[in-house]
Design a protein around this ligand. Structure first.
Ligand SMILES: NC(=O)c1ccc[n+]([C@@H]2O[C@H](COP(=O)([O-])OP(=O)(O)OC[C@H]3O[C@@H](n4cnc5c(N)ncnc54)[C@H](OP(=O)(O)O)[C@@H]3O)[C@@H](O)[C@H]2O)c1
Length: 277
């Protein structure tokens, strides 16, 4: 265990499952003091039963975010790192996505992350030390059809982080974006729930494409090149421990491939590839 990391506090959002829960376990075993948050009381209880300090934090609610931060600062006066992780994927063709559905996607995936980050930055500034890690996605820099709301939310996050990095460049607060491709978690199951809740297939021009998409979302089989959440943990640990954390961490082969292709191919060629993804 790295003794320098001992008792450094880290707040992670979205720890009920998947990457967030894996990060909570992994960081605790590395000696960090982990505050693992979730948006439902049942999950907070389950996380506490695993021996973690847990907070109720729903990123779609300003009240919930503010209450969680008040509770956090009653328990610790310093926060070394925030890991912005909690999010969901709203899938569906953009023509079938209402303003309300897009707003809901941004409330959770963007506005909540922004508000929470702004609440932890003052103390980090005071200490002049801190790490803010954002779990973005390959969809933070390429677009794929039928994933528009989620893609837009991750592009927005990348824009916010790239700006924060410039604005706080004279501080010792470092910002990193982790960009996973497919990772084992409940992400697809949760995306399917959001799809069923918010997209009316009967009125859509894309019924055929939705059938294919639904088969994929309902399948238990991992898509090709899926990695376990530990692949994200490895990058998060580097972003927390390194004296010069990377700005971008590409996780999985598809992310690395699209990052490379995006640099060398014209946009029209990228569209020809991405339209079949
Ligand atoms: N899995 C992938 O293939 C993949 C790829 C690229 C990026 N990512 C990113 O990785 C992160 C973690 O996702 P995951 O793969 O671990 O999926 P997951 O298993 O579905 O976990 C998502 C977590 O976010 C939480 N969440 C959703 N809406 C929230 C809200 N309004 N407030 C607070 N928490 C909320 C979920 O809580 P509930 O259980 O209450 O819904 C859950 O704890 C996300 O940012 C996602 O965009 C995932």
């Amino acid at each position: 265990m790295d003794s320098s990391s001992k008792l450094k506090s880290v707040l992670i959002t979205g720890c009920s499952s998947g990457i967030g829960l894996c990060l909570a376990h992994g960081l605790r075993s590395e000696g960090y003091r982990v505050f693992a948050s979730a948006r439902n009381n049942n999950d907070v209880d389950k996380i506490k039963a695993l021996g973690f300090e847990s907070l109720l934090l729903d990123l779609s609610s300003s009240d919930s975010i503010n209450d969680a931060i008040s509770e956090l600062y009653q328990k610790t006066d310093k926060l070394y790192a925030l890991i912005n992780n909690g999010a969901y994927g709203q899938v569906g063709a953009l023509e079938d996505i209402s303003r309300d559905t897009l707003e809901k996607q941004f409330q959770a995936n963007v506005f909540g992350w922004h508000e929470l980050t702004n609440l932890v930055l003052p103390k980090m500034r005071k200490e002049n030390i801190g790490r803010v890690i954002y779990i973005s996605s390959v969809l933070g820099f390429v677009a794929m059809p039928f994933r528009g709301p989620y893609t837009a939310s991750k592009f927005a996050i990348e824009g916010l982080v790239n700006t924060l990095r410039l604005e706080l460049s004279d501080t010792n607060i470092k910002f990193s974006l982790i960009q996973p491709g497919p990772i084992e978690s409940k992400f697809r199951a949760n995306a399917y729930l959001a799809f069923k809740e918010n997209v009316d297939i009967s009125k859509s021009n894309y019924k055929e494409q939705y059938n294919t998409m639904i088969q994929r979302l309902e399948s238990d089989e991992n898509v090709q090149f899926t990695l376990p959440p530990e692949a994200v943990l490895k990058c998060a640990l580097h972003a927390l421990k390194s004296s010069s954390p990377k700005i971008h961490y590409c996780v999985t082969f598809p992310t690395k491939l699209f990052a490379f292709l995006g640099r060398i191919l014209p946009s029209s060629w990228m569209d020809k590839i991405l339209k079949y993804s």
